[in-house]
Design a binder for this molecule. Sequence first.
Ligand SMILES: Nc1ncnc2c1ncn2[C@@H]1O[C@H](COP(=O)(O)OP(=O)(O)OP(=O)(O)O)[C@@H](O)[C@H]1O
Ligand SMILES: [Mg+2]
Length: 258
Amino acid sequence: MTDPFIRFQNVNKVYQTKSGTVQACVDVSLDIQECEFVAVVGPSGCGKTTLLKMVAGLTPYSSGSITIDGKRVTEPQTEVGIVFQDAIMLDWRDVLSNVMLQIDIRRMDQASHRALALELLQKTGLTGFEHKRPYELSGGMRQRVSICRALVHDPPLLLLDEPFGALDALTREQISMDIQHLWMDKRKTALFITHSIPEAVLLADRVVVMSPHPGRIVEIINIDLPRPRRLDRVPQVFNEYTGRIRDIFKARGVLAMD
Ligand SMILES: Nc1ncnc2c1ncn2[C@@H]1O[C@H](COP(=O)(O)OP(=O)(O)OP(=O)(O)O)[C@@H](O)[C@H]1O
Ligand SMILES: [Mg+2]
């Protein structure tokens, strides 16, 4: 096996707050291979966002180590694309120039990235909306724009923090499909945080199951299902995977995860 693309080794995170310390993650060790799609599921407050922010270099870990491509993460990473739960966009820029934001800031080549931006917009069903303003879009469309924005500089790593959290069920399914197709097409390494067990099983090669706060990894489940996967025709084994993950949570007193 090749060296992992991302390696968490005995990572702990303690936040210092006015009222004391909060242990967010406990002894997290996880290897993620290049081009692998890993989902993390766990109850609210178990440290999922913290894990993602530590990989992105947006918050420091307290002990242990995180490496990306063999290099220790000690500062904000530029070679990542991040999609957060709420699509934050600049209302005075149109859709295309919101997607191009990073390219402008980093003064990267306009023409080649514009072509990639238009391709991403086309692949997420946004052709024809390039010159709309963000406030003219639905929540699902805005989230698609933020996925395009995360991919436009062609980073090797995609970090998704509950990107469908604010969307209705049908839109969630459609955008899950978009993400699956983009990932199959562009072959990124993806770390996908979600509350939804079916979405984790739908998208991931492996599902990391976290304990309630403070978060530790309790199990890692390989999802051995052919791709592309669909939510409307799920094989029996799909339900076996979701049932198995639900059982892990039930055993830990976490009942509702979807
Ligand atoms: N900046 C911070 N300062 C202090 N404590 C924090 C900070 N960020 C998170 N925490 C605490 O760390 C723990 C983990 O938070 P985190 O946001 O990583 O959880 P989460 O699994 O993403 O939850 P959710 O599913 O609700 O998004 C929580 O107890 C939270 O209160
Ligand atoms: Mg979170």
